[in-house]
Write a protein that binds this ligand. Structure first.
Ligand code: PLP
Length: 301
């Protein structure tokens, strides 16, 4: 696969990041992930538009114009020879002696093209293929039993989640908890309302209409979310950009998450730890190996 760092294509591992790179020391940068289908980057313009907004929000100089980005990403995909892949790139505030104050350094781009380990909409297939247990199976839930669950956790991110920042610690921790509970994602809850997931946007179907959190500073405006919103509009399905409260999940008919890599992933159930704070900060040493065995501590909605 292909790597690119600060102006040149490199073998991955052949080039090290300078110690005083601000992405490395401060997490001072933004990123994007684009899916390549059949050798072509999907919705690249929308990703570039969002990256421009992220860069502007935190005053990092954009090193290329739109055409420059299209050329760079196209060249990287071409060099990789991959038809099904993801392109990851980040732009950081550059290399300078460590000091919180912005330096006058030029921004630095790193990029990778990685072939996809699993194909297409197979997050769910991968989930079941590795033999991980799904949500508790009862006669009532049987039709959805093989669909992965979400686990609700507090949204502890900063108040500018619309910036696709490389600072992902709260997302990483939430996703790790989700992973340990065999959940597809951590569904993040702020003041009782559902914002999004640790690496995706979340959608609810009620009465045949769609609900997802509003486009504001508290969520990442997902490109897949934007695409689904457009598909819904074309199909005449009303979309309500309103955050649902945890208490409003009872009458939800379907749940799905959207992201560039998870695509549109149906969800089978949502679990809420009784004590969310404990779930986040005092991870039990012995994590349960299946959701079924932790019915005592988790409530399945
Ligand atoms: N929300 C968060 C926090 C994310 O990290 C992501 C993707 O990484 C998304 C939503 C989905 O965005 P997109 O559809 O652009 O991949």
């Amino acid at each position: 696969f292909v790597g690119y760092y600060d102006g040149e294509f490199v073998e991955l591992g052949a080039r090290s990041v300078p110690i005083e790179e601000r992405g490395h020391q401060f997490g001072d940068g933004v990123y994007e992930v684009v899916r390549v289908y059949g050798g072509r980057p999907f919705l690249l313009d929308w990703h570039l538009e969002r990256m421009e907004n992220s860069l502007k929000a935190i005053a990092i100089e954009n090193p290329f114009d739109r055409e420059g980005w299209i050329q760079l990403i196209g060249e990287a995909i071409r060099r990789s020879g991959e038809a099904e892949a993801t392109v990851y790139w980040q732009v950081t505030r550059g290399i300078a002696p460590r000091n919180h104050v912005f330096p006058s350094a030029k921004s630095v781009v790193s990029l990778t093209v990685r072939p996809l380990a699993v194909s297409g909409s197979s997050a769910h297939e991968a989930h079941t293929a590795v033999g991980e247990p799904g949500p508790a199976q009862t006669a009532d839930t049987a039709p959805q039993a093989s669909l992965p669950p979400l686990i609700a956790l507090p949204d502890e991110r900063w108040a500018n989640a619309y910036v696709k920042s490389i600072n992902l610690l709260p997302n990483v921790i939430a996703k790790e908890i989700a992973h340990r509970y065999h959940a597809q994602e951590a569904m993040l809850v702020k003041n009782g309302s559902i914002t999004e997931c640790s690496g995706s946007n979340v959608w609810f179907v009620r009465g045949g209409e769609l609900w997802t959190a509003p486009t504001n500073r508290f969520i990442l405006p997902g490109i897949t979310r934007r695409f689904v919103r457009q598909l819904a509009k074309d199909a005449g399905v009303p979309v309500h950009e309103e955050a649902l409260h945890l208490d409003e999940l009872q009458d939800v008919e379907e749940v799905f998450v959207t992201s560039t890599t998870q695509e549109i992933q149906l969800i089978g159930s949502i679990v809420t730890p009784v004590d969310k704070e404990t779930a986040l900060y005092n991870l039990p040493a012995d994590l349960p190996s299946s959701l079924v065995s932790i019915g005592e501590t988790l409530k399945t909605l």
